[in-house]
Design a protein around this ligand. Sequence first.
Ligand code: NAD
Length: 480
Amino acid sequence: MRYANYINGQWKQPTLGEYRENRSPHNGESLGEFPSSTVEDAREAIIASKSAFQSWKKLSFQQRAAYLQKAADILKANLQEVGRDLTQEEGKTLAEGIGETQRAISILEYFAGEARQPVGEVFPSGNPKTFLYTTRTPIGPVGLITPWNFPIAIPVWKMAPALVYGNTVVIKPADLTPKSVYHVVKAFDEAGIPPGVLNCVFGRGSVVGNELVEHPFIKAISFTGSNQVGNQIAQLAASKGKKVQMELGGKNPLIVLADADLEKAVEIAVSGAFRSTGQKCTATSRVIVEESVYETFRDRLVERTKTLKTGNPLQEDTFIGPAISQSQLDGVLAMIEAGKDEATLLCGGEVPAEEELKNGFYVQPTIFENVSPDARITREEIFGPVIALFKVKNYEEAVEMANDTEYGLSAAICTNNLSVAQKFVEDIEVGLVHVNNETAGSEPHVPFGGCKNSSTGSREQGKTAIDFYTQVKTVYLDQV
Ligand code: NAD
């Protein structure tokens, strides 16, 4: 099947009639053809978003929220189908595909609810005749550029606040996972969203994404993806005077202290590092263990990892699906090869031998130990199912090692000591902290984002999303 862009309320074929095949990372099966759009297609969508902005921003919050709620209801009615499509194109397990779709629905519902929350503050004025307050205004048409690893949740956690606060949207989904966003846009179309308010242009980042960053009608860019691309976009967008929000990579540590429940800690490490094939910005990639329990923890972790089933993500007992693409797999395998030179391989490290998996982008879950602090696998984001294990003397050394990274997205600690847990919350340099749970995982109604090189600092989701998608207007209203 051939899919189309969604521009000004119409499904439109790309101007040059070029398409890209969407393929399953499990076996290469075709999942449909999506537009390889041009700069002209992007411009048409941008112009539509500018025209629609004037009337969209004048609707009440509740009127706008009604479209979000309807889109949520439509997705809910199609939850199984959409979740399955997500799994087929991205490769995470079916439970995760359906779970992520449910999360997108929850985000839409949450922001529909935000339409009834206060948007400003009232201040006492020095002048008794002045009513002094703040209100919020939308920014204008916004450009959203999203990655493939959360192909429905991330687009929705940008779109939902953008729309409810009165902005119009042009989204450029990741080229590898277009179908998940197609389902969301279709739900908004069926919900009757006015033409031009939400536009979706499929295609390459360097073409469609770049035009969003360049075009003067787009007033803000929200981007999630790699540091390399994000930094380039941030500079260009800032030079054009645009508001920018960047959510980037991670190198997330899990600390296991001697007093932790080790059985639980092993499950936390396995889930954080290997679910979604390690392709989460919040995935655990460094596990730092106190020396008195190191050997016990390591042996149990390796033993547990060997029981995980790597395979077809649609099968119920699969724990680890394929990497998203050949180039992603090549990158992970190259890091594993580097790891073999610079550390000790404990398990995994190969492409699985099963015949059934030979047409997919599979790699075994992999664990290294004896890793030096400056090894590539210690410092670089791998974005695959790979753990680097470290032995430390005590909490102080653990937290110092955890913070010794350019990234600052997420971190976790396993301990039964409440005081140490509280100290960790203070000491660790990240935007998301978990105590006795994995580094990955976030709830839809609370702020999400990192610090250091993981983020430009603003937060997505929850109440804080309003800060990016609106500007504050301070009003002095005087009696005559
Ligand atoms: P990527 O940077 O390759 O691509 C992200 C998006 O940018 C895609 O839609 C791509 O087409 C587009 N793009 C590429 N070049 C562009 C250009 N020149 N101009 C405009 N747009 C362009 O990232 P990816 O491989 O899709 O995603 C994986 C990365 O995303 C990892 O580094 C991961 O850590 C990060 N990530 C971060 C978070 C977070 O919230 N911090 C969440 C998920 C993923």
